[in-house]
Design a protein around this ligand. Structure first.
Ligand SMILES: *[C@@H]1O[C@H](CO)[C@@H](O)[C@H](O)[C@H]1NC(C)=O
Ligand SMILES: *[C@@H]1O[C@H](CO)[C@@H](O)[C@H](O)[C@H]1NC(C)=O
Ligand SMILES: *[C@@H]1O[C@H](CO)[C@@H](O)[C@H](O)[C@H]1NC(C)=O
Ligand SMILES: *[C@@H]1O[C@H](CO)[C@@H](O)[C@H](O)[C@H]1NC(C)=O
Ligand SMILES: *[C@@H]1O[C@H](CO)[C@@H](O)[C@H](O)[C@H]1NC(C)=O
Ligand SMILES: *[C@@H]1O[C@H](CO)[C@@H](O)[C@H](O)[C@H]1NC(C)=O
Length: 361
């Protein structure tokens, strides 16, 4: 009895102390020496009892004809996962959900198959590439907060993923670096978190490398436009990444050592089905083995050998062709005129025969 009284006296009501613990919509419940956050329907803290409740939009996992990738059949699983997470009326069901690791393996396995499908399809359309990348992006937003390890890596035949998750009470700070076989990402936790007023109690950063480059070729561009490195997708818990206050740096190892000047590009799908674009990315350093790019937004990035140079080579071939053709025309004109001139000097009857002989040559 005495001990209980003592505990009651020292218990601090965290919910009164800090209104932000559970987010704007979360309900803070004080407990002896602790607290927990209850999330209203449509919100979740991914089973972490003490973090902010973030809004979940499960409609984005709806299979819409023409909007999602054929072959990606994990949508219903993701949607169910989302619905259970966002409904606190079903707390018991959370235990039945597949873990973050299982969902991640499924996603990576599926994108592998889809990439293979796009490749064997021959004529990959830009919009299919866009769908694949969007699918990966929105799936990771659901899966990453469910991962329990600080660092998770998965590698398959066509995909290599590294995910780093932090669950600190306060937003983490300082540099963060992720690497895989051919690429390195350098950024800061400040960029990963974004607006720290809305810090949901976790932060994640993802570096996904697409090893099957062919499926990411932009079908509308010149044949001469070639990827000089792997393509990588970078995703972070901050969802406002169209203009970052601080640039992220990507170091690409060239697939083959090359002295061609590369261009840093990202997959742009804002206006149309999708195309490689250099907007917002600058080249920091390049040698024959590697190139460092600095970009002010997040997306899927790669290196192209210079676009202008590609079309320049094409038109050079064209001009050489035109020059050769014109030279032939001029030469044959001169030959014909010269023949006429010569044969006119000769006497009468053999003229016609002579000309025919010359033409046969
Ligand atoms: C993913 O693919 C690997 C290798 O093919 C397989 O071992 C694993 O069981 C698959 N995982 C899932 C969840 O399908
Ligand atoms: C991965 O590639 C290896 C070697 O090419 C092949 O033997 C294996 O079947 C592939 N695995 C999958 C799941 O495609
Ligand atoms: C994971 O990171 C936290 C800090 O964010 C650290 O306290 C913990 O020891 C790490 N766990 C492992 C297994 O490295
Ligand atoms: C990226 O590179 C630029 C130029 O080298 C540097 O000033 C900046 O600090 C780098 N950013 C990160 C996050 O490493
Ligand atoms: C997104 O980030 C930019 C730059 O940090 C900021 O100016 C803008 O207000 C943010 N937008 C939203 C909707 O938070
Ligand atoms: C590129 O790599 C090769 C082999 O690893 C090395 O010999 C060469 O010095 C490197 N070049 C530069 C500019 O780093």
């Amino acid at each position: 009895m005495e001990a209980n009284l003592f505990l009651l006296i020292v218990d601090i009501d965290e919910c009164v102390e800090n209104q932000h613990f559970c987010g704007e919509r979360g309900i803070c419940v004080n407990q002896l020496g602790s607290y927990l956050c209850k999330c209203p329907t449509g919100f979740s803290n991914y089973g972490n009892r003490q973090t902010q409740c973030a809004e979940l939009n499960c409609d984005q996992y709806e299979t819409q004809p023409g909007q999602t990738l054929p072959g990606f059949d994990s949508w219903s699983l993701l949607r169910n996962n989302c619905l259970v997470l966002s409904n606190s009326m079903l707390p018991g069901l959370t235990r039945l959900l597949p873990t973050g690791d299982v969902l991640l393996t499924l996603l990576v396995n599926t994108t592998d198959v889809v990439q293979l499908g796009l490749q064997s399809n021959g004529h990959r359309s830009s919009s299919e590439v866009t769908k694949l990348l969007r699918t990966i992006e929105i799936s990771f937003r659901l899966i990453a907060p469910l991962l329990t390890e600080n660092v998770t890596r998965i590698e398959t035949n066509h995909t290599e993923v590294e995910i780093m998750v932090r669950r600190d009470k306060t937003p983490p700070e300082g540099p963060v670096s992720l690497t895989n076989e051919n690429t390195q990402l350098d950024t800061t936790w400040e960029t990963v978190v974004g607006d720290d007023q809305n810090y949901p109690g976790y932060a994640f950063v993802i570096l996904l490398s697409h090893k099957n480059l062919d499926s990411l070729k932009d079908s509308t561009s010149h044949q001469s436009q070639q990827l000089m490195s792997s393509a990588v997708t970078v995703s972070v818990s901050n969802s406002n990444t169209t203009y970052l206050p601080q640039q992220v740096n990507l170091t690409f190892h060239h697939l083959q050592s090359s002295d061609v000047d590369p261009t840093c590009v990202y997959w742009s799908d804002e206006n149309g089905p999708g195309v490689w674009s250099g907007r917002g990315c600058t080249l920091v350093m390049s040698n024959s083995n590697q190139t460092v790019c600095s970009c002010n937004h997040l997306s899927t990035f790669t290196l192209l050998n210079k676009v202008q140079q590609g079309s320049g080579q094409l038109s050079l071939v064209m001009w050489v062709g035109v020059f050769v053709a014109l030279t032939c025309v001029v030469l044959s004109l001169i030959t014909t005129l010269w023949c006429r001139f010569v044969s006119r000097k000769r006497r009468g009857g053999h003229r016609l025969q002579h000309e025919v002989q010359l033409h046969r040559k």
